[in-house]
Write a protein that binds this ligand. Structure first.
Ligand SMILES: Cc1cc2nc3c(=O)[nH]c(=O)nc-3n(C[C@H](O)[C@H](O)[C@H](O)COP(=O)(O)O)c2cc1C
Ligand SMILES: O=C(O)C(=O)c1ccccc1
Length: 380
């Protein structure tokens, strides 16, 4: 094989005889061809009139780099340190539930793809494959567990215990979903993946959940999940209770207000994820990237600040890091890769993300991800 093709991801793509979608738009179009109307609509859409979904992307386009030159960018260090671990890139796969929606191998395929790049995988509570199945399929590759608090908190504690025992290294408590957002596209398509049983794996495998049911037939399990997933009473006391039950680092996902960031730090939380859930919860909220600097300013380095919502390509990763994020989660782009070509599709999406990120950091005149906060960004 030509040695140039071997090393250079740009040239590899250019010389490839196989078509693989390269931009987010193309990925979305290709994924649409492989998914059901309801499944695709579920992944693509935002809540309400999709104002926030649109804003997430528009806000990124309004940010412009002020690059520096003549600084020798021949070496680049993309590694990041979080909670005592070193990761090769500041990129994670976001917790996305019910990945069988995109591909029959679901989370097994995407977690394996993440493992090939040593990219951490965040498993959702409502995954299509269980904590144990994903752990067994991916060995010692880095994994975190995302928790949706259950109405019966013993179920939450047991899921966290299972995640700990299976080698997951942090708990991501999602706080922006005390109930599901107003999902207009799903009403249009009459579509509920939870009702179809696509998110039941962790519940089905949980003895505490199963014991809480009167019957354990398929219908009762779905009913039990629907009863547990909405938790409108969720408050800081639950956060304190979770802290009592696990020695793993706890991150809160969905913070948008600086006051909540301050409370998180005061309550001993280990990390914050600035996110608006990809525009899927409260429509009309601030774009996540516009909220990021406010949170970074409030937190002042007390705990790591991670980011998601609206990242579509490598330059978006660089923008989020330049504005003070320590790492980012990618959501829909990898799900579309999964839909297009399973594990291989996610591997390609990640390879392209990583490469565009690296090229962009270097072209901006920076040699280490740690120096990205020094990269100037203006709004135009
Ligand atoms: C289909 C789908 C399912 C999701 N499921 C979850 C979930 O189970 N738990 C969670 O915390 N976030 C969930 N999210 C939100 C993602 O973790 C992430 O915040 C969002 O996708 C980031 O935005 P992006 O898609 O623009 O990258 C989901 C997002 C999508 C698109
Ligand atoms: O669809 C989502 O965004 C999501 O996070 C979710 C929440 C509850 C059940 C299933 C998915």
């Amino acid at each position: 094989m030509n040695p140039i093709e071997d090393k250079d991801v740009l040239l590899q793509n250019i010389s490839s005889s196989e078509y693989f979608p390269i931009t987010y738009k193309e990925l979305e179009q290709e994924a649409k061809q492989t998914m059901s109307v309801g499944g695709f609509g579920y992944v693509r859409s935002g809540a309400g009139n999709e104002e926030t979904l649109r804003k997430n992307e528009e806000s990124f386009s309004k940010l412009s780099f002020l690059p520096r030159f003549l600084r020798d960018v021949s070496e680049l260090d993309t590694s990041v340190q979080l909670f005592g671990r070193t990761y090769p890139y500041p990129i994670f796969l976001a917790p996305v539930g019910m990945q069988k929606l995109a591909h029959k191998e679901g989370e097994i395929a995407s977690a394996k793809a993440a493992a090939t790049h040593r990219v951490p995988f965040v498993l959702s509570t409502v995954s299509s494959y269980s904590i144990e199945d994903v752990a067994n399929a991916t060995g010692d590759s880095p994994k975190w567990f995302q928790l949706y608090w259950s109405n019966n908190e013993e179920i939450s504690f047991n899921m966290v215990k299972r995640a700990e025992e299976a080698g997951f290294e942090a708990i991501v408590l999602t706080i922006d979903t005390p109930m599901l957002g107003w999902r207009v596209e799903d009403i249009r398509n009459r579509f509920s993946p939870l009702k179809l049983g696509l998110g039941k794996a962790n519940y089905e495998a949980d003895p505490v959940f199963l014991r809480s049911l009167e019957n354990q037939d398929a219908e009762s399990i779905i009913h039990g999940i629907l009863n547990n997933i909405n938790h409108p009473t969720l408050n800081w006391k639950h956060v304190a209770a979770l802290k009592e039950r696990t020695s793993l680092p706890i991150l809160l996902k969905g913070i948008l207000h600086p006051e909540d960031a301050r409370l998180a730090v005061e309550n001993g939380i280990d990390g914050i994820i600035v996110s608006n859930h990809g525009g899927r919860q409260l429509d009309g909220v601030i774009s996540a990237i516009d909220a990021l600097p406010l949170i970074v300013e409030e937190v002042k380095g007390a705990v790591p600040v991670l980011f998601d919502s609206g990242i579509r390509r490598g330059t978006d990763v660089v923008k989020a890091l330049a504005l003070g994020a320590d790492a980012v989660f990618i959501g829909r782009p990898f799900i579309y890769g999964l839909a297009v070509d399973g594990q291989n599709g996610v591997e390609k999406v990640l390879a392209n993300f990583i490469e565009e990120t690296k090229i962009s950091i270097s072209l901006a005149g920076i040699s280490s991800v740690k120096d990205l906060p020094a990269l100037k960004i203006v709004t135009s």
